[in-house]
Design a protein around this ligand. Structure first.
Ligand SMILES: [Fe+2]
Length: 362
């Protein structure tokens, strides 16, 4: 088997014990536990549309309009999910200590004057932000006082995906044997609610259904802050199915399924992959190897110190070149979530077009 290696980036900085961006997770700049309430009756945040993904999309843009009678250039908008982010959703660390006013980090943020459209003078601003389906609804809050001394001024209407629990972001991995592929995805369905599986079929063939295992993690299994405190977010359920006895080089279509207790099915959209050639068979295998990619937001949010904007260039280029790629090895340092669990959904969404089509080996 001929291997053609394309090495985009060589060495992960973690090999040297110095994460390129350690301590620079943008969300960690926000001292959310220091938040005070300064709700202003004439301040507002309005977001539309309020229902997303009506045609099954897992990624959509929303438009924010907001106003504040005393604007400042360091005012910012935080996106929260679940939409109810008040302290009522968290317990104190121990019974003698009250929880802070806010105990949940936003999942993303942007300066209110990001578009430089006069908000810092007039107090009227707008933003466009991209949301992905992360199983829960969203709300948008306007803060003054910058990131170190946040004052909550106004909270928006709630925005939700029409199918928040939908199976999303499949990622493939080559199995232990040449003729096996694993499919891993995320959903909001526990095994008590639905049976997860993958339906897969070659052209003209008979569809096969393979069962999936289901795993999750809990807050108590995190070893410390921020993953256990402000960075915690329910990761949903992670399902993995093993597709076996694949035929060499065969192209397969597949979709993710959940059979609900009432007998009905929830489906993802259809994806496809090509199975590995038979070992030793004459073939060209084009391998992409890189590390330290990080993640980035198409709307420019969460930006700090050029925090991985190049990762979007990397994923966009790989997506363009996907026809010429057989397998991807992402050799470590993935998204620099650094204990902010929400970032993992955003990472799996960013790599989905690649990882759902060719084995994405981590
Ligand atoms: Fe790194």
């Amino acid at each position: 088997m001929a291997f053609y290696l394309l090495i985009l980036l060589g060495i992960t900085s973690s090999l040297f014990g110095i994460g390129a961006s350690s301590g620079e997770q943008p969300l960690s700049r926000i001292a959310i536990h220091q938040t005070t309430l300064a709700v202003h009756s004439s301040a507002y945040v309005k977001v539309s549309p309020s229902v997303l993904g009506l045609k099954g999309e897992n990624k959509e843009w929303v438009t924010l309009n907001f106003g504040h009678p005393n604007p400042s250039s360091d005012d910012w908008i935080g996106v929260f999910s679940p939409a109810n982010f008040s302290a009522s959703v968290c317990a104190p660390e121990n019974e003698k200590v009250y929880p802070p006013t806010l105990c949940t980090s936003p999942i993303k943020f942007q300066y209110a004057n990001y578009k430089d459209n006069g908000y810092n003078k007039t107090g009227a601003g707008s933003l466009k932000l991209q949301l992905i389906n992360q199983r829960e609804d969203f709300s948008f809050a306007l803060f003054s006082g910058g990131f170190s001394n946040p004052k909550l001024v106004a909270v928006s209407n709630t925005v939700t995906f029409a199918y928040p629990k939908a199976p999303v972001y499949p990622r493939l991995a080559q199995g232990k044997s040449w003729n096996e592929m694993t499919v891993t995805w995320t959903s909001g369905y526990s095994i008590d609610e639905a049976i997860p599986f993958v339906e897969w079929v070659s052209k003209g063939g008979t569809p096969t259904r393979s069962p999936a295992g289901t795993l999750t993690i809990s807050r108590s299994s995190m070893c410390g802050a921020p993953a256990r405190t402000v960075g915690w977010r329910d990761p949903g359920y992670i399902h993995t199915s093993f597709l076996k006895d694949l035929w060499p080089n065969m192209k397969y279509a597949y979709r993710l399924g959940h059979k609900l207790n009432n007998g009905s099915y929830v489906w993802s959209r259809s994806y496809s992959f090509r199975a590995s050639p038979y070992p030793g068979q004459e073939s060209l295998q084009r391998v992409i190897i890189f590390g330290d990619m990080g993640k980035a937001e198409a709307d420019g949010s969460n930006e700090y110190n050029d925090f991985q904007p190049a990762s979007l260039n990397t994923t966009n280029q790989l997506i363009k070149d996907l026809e010429n790629i057989d397998i991807v090895l992402h050799i470590g340092d993935l998204c620099y979530a650094n204990g902010y669990i929400s970032q993992w959904d955003q990472f799996t969404a960013q790599i989905e077009p690649i990882a759902s089509t060719v084995p994405y080996m981590v």
